[in-house]
Design a protein around this ligand. Structure first.
Ligand code: 5MY
Ligand code: ATP
Length: 297
């Protein structure tokens, strides 16, 4: 637990979770008093890496707000922090349930954090986190491809490197998730989650959201990472790649109502372009877009 003052209120932070780039904390009042409205039902997300300009923490916000309904986005609210680096890192030292491969990560400090919509399920809800991934085929896939970009990469990774990521484990095809055919959508949803209410949501009410994601993945990256000159499309490519890796948080409340919001929409930098190109080239050259490689699995 870490004690600090936010919005003039004495708060305590509890570690919730972390990914490669951010720590996420619950915000609780130190005493019996209520939290100020701004902090209520919010989590504090801290970028692990030191960020000089706090605006970077909100990069892309306007882009996402322009294409998705507010009710489908994790809301972000930049908040100034008191000098807290030691308090946070002392807390991280004490946490027992951190992912083992991240226990050497500590907060590099910073003047600001981001308050995000709290999608925690509480005592009587359920939260399912999933990545819809590449909802349209890669523009660089060969003609006649029988695997989509996500399925091709999964097959390559498993066979060549023996690596199965959390997303891979779901074995769901993103193209099925946005298919016109309801049976295909159902198959994809069943593989993404065991939760029947979330399956139902994905197959029906989630479609407009998923199709918007699909549409913008295509619009923003019409030529693919192997296009000889991505210069003019560079910002579009960043946006498309970010949308291809974001997380959909699906919260089922006690009476079955579903709240679904996209998060992890931190804009990907083009410093990754070379890596993306190597991946795409490898998928094509290795025949991973073609089912034939299944023979070797
Ligand atoms: O390459 P992909 O499609 O497997 O996506 C990577 C993700 O893998 P997964 O969703 O588990 O299959 C991967 O997720 P994990 O670390 O495996 O949880 C990252 O999100 C990675 O992005 P970045 O390099 O950290 O910015 C993601 O890389 P990019 O989106 O930058 O390609
Ligand atoms: N708004 C939220 N509500 C509930 N839980 C959340 C929320 N945001 C993050 N989390 C939890 O914290 C974890 C890590 O958060 P997040 O995905 O933001 O980290 P990250 O470092 O950006 O991830 P990545 O490794 O993909 O870069 C999530 O997987 C989720 O379990």
């Amino acid at each position: 637990m870490a004690l600090l003052t936010l919005e003039g209120t004495a708060c305590r932070l509890e570690y919730l979770n972390e990914g490669g780039a951010n720590f996420v904390f619950r915000i609780l009042p130190q005493s019996a008093e209520e939290l100020p409205t701004r902090l209520r039902k919010k989590l504090l997300r801290l970028r692990k890496e030191f960020v000089n300009n706090p605006d970077v923490l909100l990069a892309g916000e306007e882009t996402w707000q322009a294409i998705f309904p507010a009710e489908n986005l994790i809301q972000h609210d930049l908040i100034a922090l008191p000098p807290t680096i030691e308090v946070i890192n002392d807390l991280l030292h004490d946490v027992k349930n951190r992912p083992t491969h991240r226990t050497n990560d500590f907060w590099e400090g910073g003047t600001h954090g981001v308050l995000v919509t709290d999608m925690s399920p509480g005592l009587d809800g359920r939260l399912v986190e999933l990545k819809p991934k590449w909802l349209a085929q890669s523009p660089n896939a060969p003609a006649g491809a029988t695997r989509c970009r996500t399925c091709a990469l999964r097959a390559q990774r498993e066979v060549e490197k023996g690596i199965v990521t959390a997303t891979d484990r779901q074995r769901s095809c993103p193209l099925d998730l946005v298919s016109e055919d309801v049976a295909s959508r159902k198959l994809a949803a069943d593989r993404l989650t065991d939760d029947e209410r979330v399956q139902e949501y994905l197959v029906t009410a989630a479609l407009p959201l998923l199709r918007t994601m699909q549409r913008y993945q295509q619009t923003w990256d019409p030529n693919g990472v192997l296009a000889p000159d991505v210069g003019p499309d560079a910002h579009g490519l960043s946006k498309a790649m970010t949308l291809r890796d974001c997380t959909l948080f699906v919260l089922v409340r006690s009476h079955g109502e579903v709240e679904a919001r996209l998060g992890d929409l931190d804009m990907k930098g083009l410093d990754k372009l070379e890596r993306w190109r190597v991946i795409e080239q490898g998928l094509g050259d290795g025949g991973w877009y073609m089912d034939i490689v299944t023979l070797y699995q």
